[in-house]
Design a protein around this ligand. Sequence first.
Ligand SMILES: [Zn+2]
Ligand SMILES: [Zn+2]
Length: 236
Amino acid sequence: MVWEAPAGAPVELCFEAIDLLGLDQAACSSVLEDLAKKLRPIPPLEFKSFSDCSYLTCKALGVQVRLVSGKADVVFLYNENVEGFSQFRGTLPEGLEWTHESKDVILMLGEPSDKYGGGRFRAVGISYETLGLDIQFKESSWEDQKNPIAFISVFQRLDPSHGLCELCGKHASFRCGLCKNKRYCSSDCQKKDWLRHQKECSGYLEKPSLKCDDLLPRCQQASKLVTHKVILDAMD
Ligand SMILES: [Zn+2]
Ligand SMILES: [Zn+2]
């Protein structure tokens, strides 16, 4: 089935995926129905419910919305010939275009905050959590610079000052156990940041005794090895 705009005009979808986030199923359906009416024949919307989430899909529009607890939390925008979708023909976020390949995306958006997939069978993807974007590519090799985009996931942007590692910008699941303030993805990053952070860490500055006891035991040794005891709290 090929859906086209009436009289063959290119379909322009005036629609920002981010605007759907947080809307309930009825509101999302009504936005997608309005868009679908621009195509002939008017394509159907499909709704599928699973135990933990549900999906509202219009393959002809190249759009799928995931709802969790009844609210849209991710909007997927598809490229042509991916899982039976037509190419989404509205404006893509951050100036992206379907002709962009993996190297173009990195050039435009910089180093991603996370990477996933890879290996023999899993296509690779990259995350920009502060932009609220995941970009899933079609092929599974990280070496592939010309990897075409399969689909783009749009979700709520992470506030850049919250939830990301102080040092590397990845998603942070831990925080400094002394000040409970600075966040880190790993003890590795916390260690690397410690010489800088100790000058501002309120928990450390208030308890200088920690210097000799808990925090930096090995700094006292002649070896001068900087192997600080890491104090990380998991965040709940
Ligand atoms: Zn980190
Ligand atoms: Zn601290």
